[in-house]
Design a protein around this ligand. Structure first.
Ligand SMILES: [Cu+2]
Length: 453
């Protein structure tokens, strides 16, 4: 399941034991790591209280060890390589081999101990976003704890008090560390495994990067103008599809660690928001939606019944967020005869290239290395013309329960697909202008004089 496993060497152990200053903790949990962006199947709990494990989009859940009744995890903050989509890899910072880090799954009431080893070139910490915990475990450097210096291991320990959806991220040099992808998902399952049952529970984070075309490392000073908008650090067509069997109850949990809000939209179905930052919503408070806006720092859990078979788009509704690296200084050249213009301008500006009308066709330029096309992905009927925060909800009648494999493109029944009209166009019928007397009914009355009153 994991592409490589690392064990702490004796040198690392000495550093760690010094940092935590407790000989009982010298035996650190094994570091489980992966270098793959593939979506791993849910990790069924091998011990502890039972729960239905979540599926992390293009990600995985971190195994733990049970020690004297405490769930022990080991996170390693380190530089990683993340394939954003085939054809583009980014130098990021993350945890245990990937960015985002692995999802942590625990059960309400679990006592949790998390070892955090810093293999970054600068100090870090982890804040457990949304948790009820002792103040000294909240992870804000300087406020709640000293920073975790390079080479040190710190220990966080608390009881997961509330079921729900959470995130983790550093509270140290945040603009740099979050711009480089240091973040992860956290799910605290209800201690009653029968409460709020679903058949599939997908989770992912919203992230944004600013990686100049032709380069590999995100800029860390960008405030708003990011050029890669991603689901769990993957841009379409690199995003895995979410799949469900027809009739299954599906939950999708999304956390936003970008610098702007994202209206997340599902096609073909209505959903309800069953969870917010503070926990599960009461059933009486829910109303049907097809889009939910997720603000910065927020988590939302939505649920719906997979009622209609097909390949249903699931995406951020800000149209620039379903594009990959692009320039925002492109003039609108719709209606301009491009071929002619390009020749004339190129004589003055060597290398000048125009955009195709509407920018929906391939651009007349070769892409720099390690750069994704703006809109890409080929579907059953041609180019999908999407990138960034886009994936597909694939609902099939013949999918087995628990099967998360991509079933390929939907084969729509004959006669159920929009088609080109091949007959003659209908005659244009223009409505007659209203006659003067009819129009008078809608005309403004003459201003009335004082005598009219
Ligand atoms: Cu968006």
């Amino acid at each position: 399941m994991y592409s490589r496993r690392k064990f702490f060497g004796s040198a690392g152990l000495a550093v760690a034991a010094g940092a935590v200053a407790r000989s009982a903790l010298a035996a650190l949990p094994e570091i489980v790591s992966t270098d793959s962006p593939a979506m791993q199947p849910p990790l069924a709990p091998p011990n502890g209280r039972p729960y239905r494990a979540v599926a992390t989009l293009n990600g995985w859940s971190l195994p733990w060890r049970m020690r004297n009744g405490i769930k022990e995890f080991h996170l390693v903050a380190e530089p990683v390589m993340r394939e954003i989509a085939p054809g583009m890899t980014a130098n990021l910072w993350g945890y245990n081999g990937q960015s985002p880090g692995p999802t942590i799954e625990v059960v309400e009431g679990d006592r949790v101990r998390i070892f955090v080893t810093n293999r970054l070139p600068e100090a870090t910490s982890i804040h457990w976003h949304g948790q009820r915990l002792p103040n000294g475990m909240d992870g804000v450097v300087g406020l709640n704890q000293p920073s975790i210096k390079p080479g040190q291991t710190y220990v966080y320990e608390f009881v997961a008090q509330r079921a729900g959806t959470f995130m983790y991220h550093p509270h140290a040099d945040e603009t740099t560390q979050m711009a480089l992808g240091m973040m992860g998902f956290w799910v605290t399952h209800s201690k009653d495994p029968a409460s709020m049952p679903v058949d599939r529970d997908y989770v992912f984070l919203l992230n944004a990067y600013d990686i100049a075309p032709g380069s590999y490392t995100p800029k860390v000073s960008t405030m708003l103008d990011f050029n890669l908008w991603t689901f769990n650090s993957r841009a379409f067509p690199g995003t895995a599809p979410m799949v469900a069997r027809l009739g299954e109850r599906v939950r999708i949990r999304v956390g936003n660690l970008t610098m702007t809000n994202h209206p997340i939209h599902l096609h073909g179905h209505e959903f309800v928001v069953v969870g917010t930052d503070g926990g599960w919503t009461s059933p009486a408070s829910r109303w049907p939606e097809v889009t939910v806006d997720i603000a910065v720092g927020q988590m939302r859990a939505i649920e719906f019944t997979a009622a209609a078979p097909g390949d249903w788009a699931f995406h951020c509704h800000k149209s620039h967020h379903t594009m990959n690296a692009m320039s925002h200084v492109v003039p609108n050249s719709i209606g301009v005869e491009q071929a002619d213009l390009e020749k004339q301008i190129a004589a003055l500006v060597p290398g000048y290239m125009t955009m195709d009308p509407g920018m929906s066709g391939p651009m007349n330029m070769a892409l720099p290395a390690n750069t994704l096309p703006m809109m890409t992905g080929a579907g059953r009927y041609g180019d999908i013309e999407m990138g960034g925060m886009f994936t597909v909800m694939k609902i099939r009648a013949d999918l087995a329960h628990g099967d998360y494999r991509d079933p390929g493109w939907y084969q729509a029944p004959a006669g159920s697909v929009a088609y080109a009209w091949s007959g003659d166009p209908p005659p244009v019928v223009r409505a007659a202008a209203p006659a003067a007397s009819e129009g008078a009914a809608y005309s403004v009355r003459k201003p009335s004089g004082p005598m009219d009153h």
